[in-house]
Ligand binder design. Structure first.
Ligand code: MSP
Length: 521
């Protein structure tokens, strides 16, 4: 059984969950459901990053302790993902006692291996990024390109991880493992970044400036730099560095690690994280999958820019699972994409309400009206068989698209199959067959073929539309499914089912939606 370990970033608790966070977490859930359906053993980790200056500053501005803020916002992330049915296995918090212990052990290992030194440093520090920026990273006017603010000049005595010496090993690793960072352009970006000398990494913050962090195990006048703290989670969650980790289930899980991130944190993952792993003598992560930004009106959605969309609110208005479909259908993985209500509403109406929703209701209503949901089929025509064969073709296109991170193509292949079934219905005119009792057998065949196609459409799309898929499969009488444990199986994509006994009610899968009418001034 293939083991796959997917991770989302641990989100900062200075902002409430928005569409950008939701996208990566939805992606983790969709990919997890997909590979589980194919029989793999999949673990999905998500969680919150709770230490550091940003969190301390936000808590102070709200008159809370950092721990209070962290508890509140971490709970909001968790309940948002639960409300959206995102099936994570591990919700990781960096303030947990277990994490604090792992980070301290991890730092001690680095120190013992001679990877950490104490020295003075002056540089440009961006509080938003929580790191020193190199001159070449600043914009023409000397600002942080992400936070659009000038960095602060800071001088400090601190502990440094001797990261610079890993440059050649990092280059060799990413050159020898072409799939280690995907899509390719991000691997190229890292390889080109690594052409310049690599600086050592400051891994501590003096307590007189920041107390909200994990104390260094070898000098408690300092706390741990938040990126070193947070990145360690991915490995610590597999049980490292306990003595039973190497050679056991923990190392096996780690060796299948596939991180999901957006491009904002490419460098910290590809460079800092890989170098840290090398310093511990642990194999680098298997894969880093990097997506682009969701933009609103041309700029990145982010709390600091105040242009956020709240996923739960949006789905409450426009329908469950509609956001999952839209986000995966709209974004070309790796590139930026613009969220607009117009395109969201169009996508819901065109593909979900008028597409699968309308098809299912047309077919199932005819089945109930003519046969009270019970009928059987005998001989198939070439036209019927040609349509049935499209099921397996669609599944193989779908599977390949998942391998290639081309979720858009997967959904395109799926909605092409919906269209093919619509055409089959229009060509075979079951409503006309129903008027002629001599055509009852043919009517049963046509409806049976449509039901087989609906079953296959439900099974294929399950990872993206789990609730709708299960609802549809249940109304087809294909079994009782559980959203997390059992789901419409992929055998529905190949089987020829001759006896049908549908549930009596015809489901309404997706409603048509409209844009809000502009308010009068
Ligand atoms: N805490 C760090 C990550 C530490 S991981 C060990 C952090 N947190 S964050 O809250 O800023 O989350 C960044 C991530 O949220 C992005 O990499 C991406 O997964 C998601 N997104 C946040 N805004 C986004 C968009 N506007 N568009 C797409 N994804 C976005 O960085």
């Amino acid at each position: 059984m293939t083991t796959r370990y997917f991770t989302t970033p641990l989100y900062y608790v200075n902002a409430q969950p928005h569409l950008g966070h939701a996208f990566t977490t939805i992606l983790g859930d969709v990919i997890k459901r997909h590979y589980r359906q194919r029989g793999d053993q999949v673990t999905l980790l998500t969680g919150t990053d709770e230490h550091g200056e940003k969190i301390a500053a936000m808590a102070a501005s709200q008159g809370k302790t950092p721990q209070q803020l962290a508890d509140e916002v971490s709970a909001q992330f968790k309940s948002t993902w639960e409300q959206m049915n995102l099936d994570f296995d591990i919700f990781y918090r960096t303030t947990s006692a277990a994490h604090v212990k792992s980070v301290q052990q991890a730092l001690q290992i680095m120190k013992d291996r001679g990877e950490i030194v104490f020295r003075e440093y002056e540089g440009n520090y961006c509080v938003g990024c929580e790191r020193f920026l190199t001159d070449s990273e600043l914009s023409a006017e000397g600002h942080c390109p992400d936070h659009k603010k000038p960095p602060e000049k800071r001088k400090e005595a601190n502990y440094f991880f001797l990261m610079s010496k890993y440059r050649d090993r990092l280059v060799a690793h990413f050159e020898q493992n072409p799939d280690s960072i995907r899509p390719e352009n991000y691997r190229n970006e890292i390889l080109s970044f690594l052409k310049q000398p690599l600086a050592d990494l400051c891994i501590s913050r003096p307590k007189e400036r920041l107390t909200w962090g994990i104390p260094l195990p070898f000098d408690d006048r300092f706390v741990t730099y938040v990126w070193v703290d947070a990145l360690t989670n991915y490995l610590a969650a597999t049980g490292w560095p306990s003595s039973s980790w190497a050679g056991g289930a923990g190392e096996n899980l780690w060796s299948s690690a596939r991180h999901l991130i957006a491009k904002d944190i490419l460098k910290t993952h590809a460079v800092y994280w890989t170098a840290m792993l090398m310093a511990w003598g642990v194999k680098p992560f298997f894969q880093l999958n990097v997506h682009g930004y969701w933009l609103i009106g041309g700029t990145k959605m982010s709390k600091s820019l105040g242009n956020v969309i709240r996923p739960v609110e949006v789905e409450a208005t426009y329908g469950r699972e509609t956001l999952r479909y839209y986000l995966l259908r709209e974004m070309s993985f790796g590139m930026d994409s613009t969220f607009t209500l117009e395109s969201y509403v169009n996508s819901i109406n065109a593909h979900l309400a008028n597409g699968i929703g309308n098809l299912a209701s047309r077919v199932l209503t005819l089945c109930q009206k003519n046969f009270q949901g019970s009928f059987s089929i005998d001989s198939l025509t070439d036209m019927d068989r040609a349509l049935l064969e499209k099921r397996a073709q669609t599944l193989s296109a779908w599977n390949q698209s998942f391998e290639d991170l081309k979720f858009q193509n997967a959904l395109k292949a799926w909605s092409d199959l919906v269209t093919a079934v619509d055409l089959y219905v229009n060509d075979n005119k079951p409503w006309a067959l129903a008027k002629d009792s001599a055509q009852s057998e043919r009517l049963q065949v046509v409806l049976g073929v449509c039901c087989m196609l609906l079953g296959a459409l439900a099974a294929i799309v399950y990872p993206v539309l789990p609730e709708a898929s299960i609802k549809l499969a249940q109304s087809l009488g294909l079994g009782l499914f559980d959203l997390k444990k059992s789901f419409p199986g992929l055998q529905l994509v190949t089987e020829v089912r001759t006896q049908w006994k549908l549930s009596p009610e015809v489901p309404k899968l997706f409603a048509r939606v409209a844009l809000p009418t502009p308010q009068a001034e």
